[in-house]
Structures are given as structure tokens and as C-alpha cells.
Write a protein that binds this ligand. Sequence first.
Ligand SMILES: O=C(O)C(=O)C[C@]1(C(=O)O)C=C[C@@H](O)C=C1
Length: 283
Amino acid sequence: MKIGYLGPESSFTHTAAVNAFPSEYLVPYRSIPACIKAVEFHEVDLAIVPIENTLEGSVNTTVDYLFHQSTIPVGAEIVLPIYQQLMVSKENKERWEEVTKILSHPQALAQSQEFIRQYFPNADLEQTPSTAYAASFVSEHPQEKIAAIAPRASAEKYDLEIVKENIQDIASNHTRFWIIGKDEAHLPYLPVEREQMSIAITMPSNMPGSLYKALSAFSWREINLSKIESRPLKTSLGEYFFLIDLVVDKPLELIEFALEEIRLLGGEVKIFGKYGIHTIYGV
Ligand SMILES: O=C(O)C(=O)C[C@]1(C(=O)O)C=C[C@@H](O)C=C1
């Protein structure tokens, strides 16, 4: 089986992929849309993409692409602890405080903003396609006064020196990843903690209390929501869809009835998938 991921090797997504699929063939891609397209064009069987982080919230690129441009189902979720490290070339390890530019993926820069404000308030911040890409760039430009924020695995892979450890704004930082694709996602090495369903609903714009009415379909059936968030529909100002995660601890029929009730109210429902959540520990 071929599994696409946001590369290069040693990115957080790569770590999630290695833990989920230790013996499958992993294929790196340069962006999240490229990973999703690789599934659509059958270049890979499944892909793994980040969906949400404790500190920074939803990964909008993933949410928007899956909502607007794709019908690929979600088959499983992986939760990975995220520790950000500041790393420089071996040549710069004694003078890391002179760094004038920090490179990383926007999510990693945002997750480390308190650290950056405290230690490098004047540094330029440059966004890269992934954390591992930032680390590889630093290793290719060893003389430049630049640093990368990336995983420990990237420092090992690109022979960089970690000069400040675990610089993310909170100790307990996690990212959720979705495994997407038509094929079933079998993860024999990672036990399922619980089941969840993710959906997007769009309610008629001129209906007072439409969100309240939609949510009551879950409420009176005692279906628990673990997330609700609005995203722009990209049609006009004030038009949104709602991304909702439902806890699946009751018969599925009950959820199906609730979704049917929302449709009868005039709402549109897109089901991303019903899937198991697997947490990776000790990485
Ligand atoms: O850049 C990486 O290493 C990634 O795998 C991407 C990504 C993300 O998009 O959220 C994954 C986990 C971390 O939250 C930071 C970055």
C-alpha cells in the first residue's frame, strides 16, 4: 500500500505516518493539497493530513480543501504529541543567539510564538511548506544566521544542533491527523480509543435560529458534540458552513436520524467520515 504524507522525511506528518503504517511505502508530497490530490489521482492509496492542533486550532487548508474540493472519506484519526525544537547548523551552535531569521511551517511558528517573542523579538519569520523542509534548508545554508523550528527527528536527519528544546507555548501540545482515502485504514499497531464522526452542515441563510434548530437535532437525542466551528463558505460575507465532530457512543441510526432531521429543516450535510481515534504515545 502507498501512503502519501506532507514531507520531506522527519516532518511531524511523517512521524505520524511511520507510527500508523510501519511497513507500508510512504510517499512525501510538498503540500497538503498535493497529498489530497495524490489520493484523488490514485497515485497513493491513502494520505495522512493534519487537521487540528491544540494551540492553533484547525488546519484550514485541510478543512477547506476537504469541504470544497473533495469527496474522499476520512478513515481514521491519529493524535500525535507535538514538541517543537529550535535548531541551527553545527557551525552556528555557539552563536545561535545571533540568528536573524527563523524558518518553519506556519503552524509551528504560531505554536512557538511566546518563545519567539521572548528570545527573538526582531527576527524575520519565514514560512516553509513543512517543519522538516525548514530544517533541510538550514542544513543546506550552514553559514547563514538562520534557525529552524522543527521536530527532534529533523535535527537528527539533517545533522543540526538543537539549541532550545520544547519551545511550544504549552507542554501538552497535540495535533490531530486524518487518514483519508477510499481504502480502509487498518492500524493494527495503534488501538482505537473511541469512535467519532465528522460532518459539515450548511443551513439556509435566511432562517432565524437555523443553527439552534440544527443543533437541537443532536441535543434531544443526547448525541455529544466534541467540536463545532464555523468556516466561510467563500460565497459572500456572512455565509458559513459548520464543521462538527460527533462522539459515536450510541447506535449509528440515532445519528442518521439527526442528520435526516437537519436535511428536512433545509440544511445540507456533508459527511467526512466515521472513524476511530488512535493516540500515539512516547514519541
Ligand atoms: O510541518 C510539519 O512537520 C507538518 O507535518 C505539518 C504540521 C501542521 O500542518 O500542523 C503538523 C503538525 C504540527 O502541528 C506542525 C505542522
